[in-house]
Design a protein around this ligand. Structure first.
Ligand code: ZN
Ligand code: ZN
Length: 359
C-alpha cells in the first residue's frame, strides 16, 4: 500500500492501470453480447460512515472486477449507492464478500424483475462528496433519523386509507410512471426537490405521509428532512419501486403503480403495469420511451415515439436536425467552448403543454 501511495504522488494514474477500465464501447458491447451466462441485476445502498472512501472504492473495484461485475457505484463518506449486475455463477460469492464487510453487513439487495442483464457495459465506481447530493450542510438535519419503512402490503393499505403520497423522483421519472394520486414535484434534481416538497406539504404536518422513489435512497434522506421539519407520521416504501414490483409479483398483491419505472441505465425504463401514461413530446401520441437528442451538443432527454424519431432523425427539434446534417468538423466548431450538460425536457406533460388534448 505504501508503495502504491509513493507512485501516486509522482503520477496520479501510475500504478492504477488495473483499477480503471481501458476498453472501447464497441469492444465492451461485443463482449457482453458474446456472453453465454446470465447476469443478476441488483441495487443496494446504505448510509454508513466510511473513513476512507477511496480505499473502500479500490477494494470493491478489485473484488468486483474479479467477479466480472458491471455497473455504476458511488462511494462517499456518508455511504454507498450501487446499481450493478453480477454473473449468476458468481452471485453467491458476491453476496458472501459484500456481507463480510463490517460497513455492508446484512445490507439488503434489491433484484430487478425484468432485465436481460445487458444494462451496463463496464464497472464504474466513483468516489463522491455525497452519495446523494442534497445541497445542505452536514449539520442541517440528522440523516440517520429516518421514517418508518413499509412493505408493499402496508403501503397499499395506507394508500387506500387516503395517506398523502409523494413521488421523490425527478419529473422526467414520474412522467412515465407513478403511484395513484401521488404528488409529483417539478424538480429536475434532488436538491431542488427537498424545498419544493416541503412547500407542497405545508399544513400537512399531522397527516400520514408516504414517500417513494426508485430504490429507496432518496426517501431515506427526505424522511429525515421532513421529520426535522415537524412532520409526525413519515413513512417510506422500503426498497422503492424496484422492490415493490418484485413484492406485488411474489405476493400477488394489487398493483397501485401505473406505467414504467424509470431506471438510470441503458434501458431507461422498466414496465410495471401495461399502461402507457405519458406522451411523445413532439406529436402527443401515447409513448413512454426516453431518448437523448441525436445532436450531441443538445443531448436533451425527452420522450419520442418511433414515427417522430424517423421524422426528426432522433432529434428534439428542427434546429437540432439541421445541426446533425453538418459535417462532424462543423458540429465540433459549433460546440467549441460550450459545455455539453445533461438536460431534460422542461415540458412537464403533454396535456399541460397542449391542454386541448385533454379529454
Ligand atoms: Zn411522436
Ligand atoms: Zn436537441
Amino acid at each position: 500500500m505504501l508503495f502504491l501511495q509513493k507512485i501516486y504522488a509522482m503520477d496520479p494514474n501510475a500504478g492504477k492501470k488495473d483499477l480503471i477500465n481501458r476498453y472501447s464501447r464497441e469492444e465492451l458491447e461485443a463482449r457482453l453480447m458474446a456472453e453465454d451466462f446470465k447476469r443478476v441485476t441488483v441495487s443496494f445502498y446504505r448510509y454508513v460512515i466510511l473513513d476512507d472512501p477511496q480505499a473502500f472504492r479500490d477494494q470493491l473495484y478489485k473484488e468486483w472486477t474479479e467477479l466480472n461485475c458491471l455497473g455504476r457505484i458511488y462511494v462517499a463518506r456518508e455511504g454507498i449507492n450501487a446499481q450493478m449486475n453480477v454473473p449468476e455463477h458468481n452471485w453467491e460469492t458476491f453476496v458472501k464478500q459484500v456481507h463480510a464487510k463490517a460497513e455492508l453487513k446484512d445490507i439488503p439487495f434489491k433484484i430487478a424483475v425484468e432485465d436481460d442483464g445487458k444494462s451496463f457495459l463496464k464497472l464504474v465506481i466513483k468516489v463522491r462528496e455525497r452519495v446523494l447530493a442534497d445541497g445542505l450542510p452536514d449539520d442541517a438535519y440528522d440523516v440517520t433519523d429516518v421514517g418508518h419503512h413499509m412493505d408493499a402490503e402496508e403501503w397499499n393499505k395506507a394508500i387506500e386509507e387516503g395517506a398523502v403520497v409523494v413521488d421523490m423522483r425527478n419529473h422526467y421519472e414520474s412522467e412515465i410512471g407513478h403511484f395513484e394520486n401521488a404528488i409529483l414535484p417539478d424538480s429536475e434534481t434532488f436538491r431542488e426537490e427537498l424545498p419544493e416538497v416541503l412547500d407542497k406539504l405545508k399544513g400537512k404536518e399531522d397527516q400520514k405521509i408516504l414517500l417513494y422513489c426508485t430504490g429507496g435512497i432518496r426517501c431515506e434522506k427526505t424522511s429525515a428532512f421532513l421529520k426535522h421539519h415537524g412532520f409526525k407520521d413519515v413513512n417510506q416504501l422500503h426498497g422503492g419501486i424496484i422492490d415493490y414490483a418484485r413484492q406485488i409479483k411474489t405476493k400477488e398483491l394489487p398493483n397501485k403503480f401505473h406505467g414504467k419505472n424509470f431506471v438510470f441505465d441503458e434501458r431507461l425504463g422498466e414496465s410495471i403495469s401495461n399502461e402507457v401514461i405519458s406522451h411523445c413530446h413532439q406529436c402527443g401520441e401515447p409513448c413512454d420511451s426516453h431518448v437523448n437528442c441525436a445532436n450531441v451538443a443538445c443531448n436533451l432527454l425527452f420522450i419520442q415515439c418511433s414515427s417522430c424519431a424517423e421524422k426528426y432523425e432522433k432529434c428534439c427539434s428542427e434546429d437540432c436536425q439541421e445541426v446533425v446534417h453538418l459535417s462532424p468538423e462543423e458540429q465540433k466548431k459549433l460546440r467549441a467552448g460550450k459545455e455539453v450538460r445533461k438536460r431534460f425536457h422542461s415540458h412537464r406533460r403533454w396535456e399541460e403543454i397542449h391542454p386541448e388534448t385533454k379529454n
